[in-house]
Design a protein around this ligand. Structure first.
Ligand code: CTP
Ligand code: CA
Length: 223
């Protein structure tokens, strides 16, 4: 059962999506991460596939089933995600950075389990590489979309990230809101494009939100 080409507007387009959290190891039994479930990124990858795209999903650890018919690259750390994404960047038409990347990583990774000692334990952390910022700096022909997870000043912070990271569009969501947070099956997003235009959407399933995002991406690809 062949699909009609008008149903497959992303045919021939290569899209890379990053999803889920990254994980920064401290010792053989402990790590730092965040609450990302990966659902939004997986929904974007699945919908892009349905629209005909050649999809690569670079994903941190999640408990979600693997979408069929796409290339999946499983990674753990921010550094792994950086390498997996950068090495595939040149050939992509679109990159959507949905992943919740760990911002800091321990300065020292212990090779043996760290034994408990004092009542207080201070762990020194250093900044991880900003993958999206690097993509923005090295942008060629690609449409580059980032996310902004905020708990306040959503629009201003999202716009600031779009400019600072040289994005074509930023998708913002307030992760402190009911129906828009980590692990939820729904999301309430705003989309801001580099021309300044803004779209505010109601709470949608992550699949419908993914569809809305890809409609704007297709618009950006025409320019
Ligand atoms: N991002 C990234 N690499 C990082 C941190 C973030 O690629 N080391 C990307 C995320 O995938 C997302 C965007 O940058 O697309 C914004 O992430 P967010 O956590 O909202 O913003 P930060 O720039 O990390 O700033 P802060 O966490 O302080 O708000
Ligand atoms: Ca961050």
């Amino acid at each position: 059962n062949e699909k009609k080409t008008e149903d497959m507007p992303l045919t021939g387009k290569k899209i890379l999506v990053t999803a889920g959290p990254t994980r920064e190891e401290l010792d053989p039994v402990r790590y730092f991460t965040n609450h990302s479930s990966g659902k939004m990124g997986y929904a974007i990858a699945s919908v892009a596939k349905k629209l005909g795209a050649d999809v690569t999903l670079v994903t941190g650890p999640t408990s979600l089933p693997e979408p069929q018919g796409i290339t999946i690259e499983k990674i753990i750390s921010t550094k792994d995600m950086y390498e997996a994404t950068m090495s595939r960047y040149h050939e992509q038409d679109v990159v959507i950075k949905c992943a919740a990347v760990a911002d800091y990583t321990p300065v020292t990774v212990h090779s043996n389990k760290f034994k408990k000692k004092n009542d207080l334990w201070t762990i020194e952390m250093k900044k991880t590489v900003d993958i999206l910022q690097s993509l923005g700096e090295k942008k060629e022909h690609q449409v580059l979309v980032g996310f902004a997870a905020e708990t306040e000043n959503l629009e201003n912070y999202a716009k600031d990230k779009m400019i600072r990271k040289n994005l074509d569009m930023v998708v913002g969501n307030d992760v402190s809101k009911e129906g828009s947070g980590f692990g939820s099956d729904t999301n309430e997003i705003i989309m801001i494009k580099k021309d300044g235009s803004k779209k505010v959407l109601p709470i949608l399933t992550k699949e419908n939100a993914a569809h809305e995002i890809l409609i704007e991406v297709m618009e950006l690809m025409k320019r």
